[in-house]
Ligand binder design. Structure first.
Ligand SMILES: [Zn+2]
Length: 282
């Protein structure tokens, strides 16, 4: 992927090395809630206020890391900027306005609007605070343990999480949450698979934009993304971790399905082709 020297998103929040506490700019009710949460988690509120004061010195929306940004965070910021450009354009075509998500880089653990998270849970999107959370350690895992390294594989992971943000903006996430209480776990898992495959489809739509509009996709990149989509299929992950596969417990779809929906998004670039919820076959 051609990414060096291109626009970096200002929506990256770098929490690495800050002990997992997001630097919050401003006070008010948010501060009170934060302090309560912090105390419940056994933290020292004094430390919280110190970090808030530091945050007020720095510009909101900029990356807070000390010193020059490293390559990894620059890369993430460029890919996030690409997703912003793509989704602004696609939403405009739909007569809607795209709201950009924030992306939090963290190490080991963090507190999100969706609760406590560790790097072990992998990258995720929290609809409550509209943030994508990425522990860069996941990329090592992807490369070394799952055999799916490469910059475009890493970009696919971000594009998938941004896909969940798009689903949130389109109201798809809410509808799924509303249905949750009325169904069994295995029924809910089936819906979750459809949600995840749609996020893969949306990542494919982004990849098409990066290729056809931005011209930043190089030979082998699309294959790299598909290898990553395949590496994180439920069947593949279950087989490697427990040695057997339990389809009822699938929440993301098989390797084959994930590749298929990513490819469909990439080949069509057409959101109407991505209705995984009504697709007779996944
Ligand atoms: Zn997902």
């Amino acid at each position: 992927m051609l990414w060096q020297g291109r626009r970096e998103s200002e929506n990256v929040e770098d929490e690495r090395g800050s002990g997992g506490g997001r630097l919050v700019v401003g006070g008010g009710i948010g501060t009170v809630i934060l302090v309560v949460v912090y105390l419940l988690l056994g933290g020292n509120p004094q430390g919280l206020f110190e970090s808030q004061q530091q945050a007020q010195v720095s510009q909101p929306g900029q990356i807070d890391s000390q010193g020059p940004r490293d390559e990894a965070s620059k890369f993430v910021a460029v890919v996030l900027a690409d997703t912003e450009d793509a989704w602004h354009e696609i939403f405009r075509q739909m007569g809607r306005q795209y709201q950009e998500p924030k992306l939090v880089l963290f190490t080991d653990q963090t507190r999100s609007g969706c609760g406590f998270a560790s790097g072990a849970s992998g990258p995720f999107y929290c609809p409550e605070d509209q943030r994508v959370y990425v522990d860069l350690g996941f990329y090592r895992l992807l490369q070394q343990r799952l055999g799916a390294g490469g910059d475009f594989a890493e970009a696919y992971v971000i594009a998938h999480e941004v896909g969940h943000h798009v689903q949130n903006l389109l109201g798809i996430t809410d509808r799924l949450q509303a249905a949750r209480g009325r169904m069994s776990q295995s029924e809910y898992n089936q819906l979750s698979v459809r949600l995840e495959l749609q996020a893969d489809f949306l990542a494919g739509v982004w990849a098409r934009y990066a290729d056809r509009v931005k011209h930043v996709v190089e030979a082998g990149d699309i294959e790299e993304a598909m290898r990553a989509a395949s590496a994180v299929g439920d069947d593949r992950l279950q087989r490697s971790s427990r040695g057997y596969v339990v389809p009822d417990s699938f929440t993301h779809g098989t390797s084959e399905q994930r590749v298929r929906w990513f490819r469909r998004g990439y080949e069509t670039g057409d959101l109407s082709q991505g209705d995984t919820f009504n697709a007779p076959e996944l």
